[in-house]
Write a protein that binds this ligand. Structure first.
Ligand SMILES: Nc1nc2c(ncn2[C@@H]2O[C@H](COP(=O)(O)OP(=O)(O)OP(=O)(O)O)[C@@H](O)[C@H]2O)c(=O)[nH]1
Length: 356
């Protein structure tokens, strides 16, 4: 009897986003000089536009070349999915260096959500690549005005796992912008552009075996009581909050909660991340993350990262009342509330769900 061929380990993939001119290419060029990024494929996603970005990445003279540091670089003029599949085929056939990491640099005007959806949804890509996280570059000089004027810049900051504040050397005091970014997305650390590549692209949620990263990835977002907190008035529509549970969560209740949230309010759910104890296997928590109506299949960790066994979900929403989400969570956890329907009432008649 022969052993079934072992499925190769998924290749970590990072999405690098940020508004036009924020400093993405500069950051990437600097990171590519770091030995930690050897054997990285960089995909510059220009969505069919004729762009110049690929010419600006040092050493790139054609669509696909081998860089000095062992990095491959290519420009996507067509379909990102086709490119990712094509890279795998070439890697499997030994036609290119067996790259160990992929970075996708998006165009400055991109809403990163569709890219993340493609990476989360595609049945083959999801087996071979693992979305490690989203890095968003924010320009310290223009960042505030850009957030005011461009909703896509706001979305880029809201979905980030880490934010890089570029051009702080030109900007003077960045405290107000930092506070604004922290209010939009409290769980994303804000790094300077000279942050080590390994920190920036490291295991965001322990899927590379570093389980201790999970708590850092979730970050410190205050638990919500459903009441409004003081946020910048421009950004009031975007809210970050967390839900917790000390008791393990029954699997059907958890799945139904996620289904109702993304089915009824997906477009308002900018980002969801969580570490949750499931009642039928409480020693092995699951990690979930999602963007809008797409929630990545939960990944089971071999153990808890530390002694804290509190289940925790972090949500960043737009135009959705956190109090509604809290009442849904409470209903599925069986926490009685006089002013809200219980789980049975919600699942018997999901169309009747209020909110938003
Ligand atoms: N002083 C300073 N300049 C920077 C910094 N980061 C980027 N720049 C400059 O800002 C300009 C735009 O940087 P890019 O890296 O091309 O920005 P980008 O986000 O890739 O731009 P697009 O691809 O056009 O969206 C360039 O002139 C960079 O040299 C920084 O931290 N400090």
């Amino acid at each position: 009897m022969t052993d079934a061929p072992r499925r190769p380990d998924p290749i970590p993939l990072t999405v690098l986003t940020g508004f036009l001119g924020a400093g993405k290419t500069t950051l990437l060029n600097r990171m590519l000089r770091d030995p930690a990024l050897a054997d990285t494929v960089v995909i510059v996603n220009e969505f069919g536009e004729i762009g110049l970005d690929h010419l600006l990445i040092e050493g790139v003279t054609e669509d696909m070349v081998l860089l000095g540091a062992g990095c491959l670089c290519c420009t996507v003029r067509g379909d990102l999915i086709t490119t990712l599949e094509d890279l795998l085929r070439k890697r499997d056939n030994g036609r290119i260096t067996p790259f160990r990491r992929v970075v996708i640099e998006t165009t400055g005007l991109a809403d990163p959500a569709p890219i993340l959806h493609a990476l989360i949804y595609h049945p083959y890509l999801v087996m071979r690549y693992r979305l490690q996280g989203v890095v968003t570059v924010v320009d310290a000089v223009n960042g505030s005005a850009t957030l005011d004027d461009h909703p896509e810049a706001m979305r880029q900051a809201a979905v980030a796992d880490r934010i890089v504040l570029a051009k702080a050397d030109l900007a003077g005091d960045t405290a107000a912008l930092r506070a604004r970014l922290a209010a939009l997305n409290p769980s994303a650390p804000i790094d300077p552009p000279d942050v080590p590549a390994a920190t920036l692209l490291g295991g965001f949620f322990g899927l590379d075996g570093k389980a201790a990263d999970v708590r850092a990835w979730l970050g410190a977002v205050p638990e919500t009581d459903g009441h409004a907190h003081d946020v910048n008035r421009h950004d009031a529509a975007i809210r970050a909050f967390s839900l917790t549970s000390d008791a393990p969560v029954p699997r059907p209740a958890f799945e139904m909660f996620l289904d109702l949230l993304r089915g009824g309010h997906g477009p308002k759910l900018l980002r969801l991340k969580g570490l949750v104890a499931i009642a039928d296997d409480p020693d092995r928590p699951v990690v979930v993350h999602g963007v809008q109506h797409v929630v990545h299949a939960p990944v089971t960790l071999p153990a808890w990262p530390d002694d804290d066994r509190t289940s925790r979900l972090v949500l960043i929403v737009r135009d959705l009342d956190p109090a509604f989400v809290v009442s849904l969570w409470d209903a599925f956890l069986g926490r009685p509330r006089i002013d809200a329907p219980d789980a049975a009432a919600l699942t018997n008649n999901p169309l009747a769900i209020p909110g938003g």
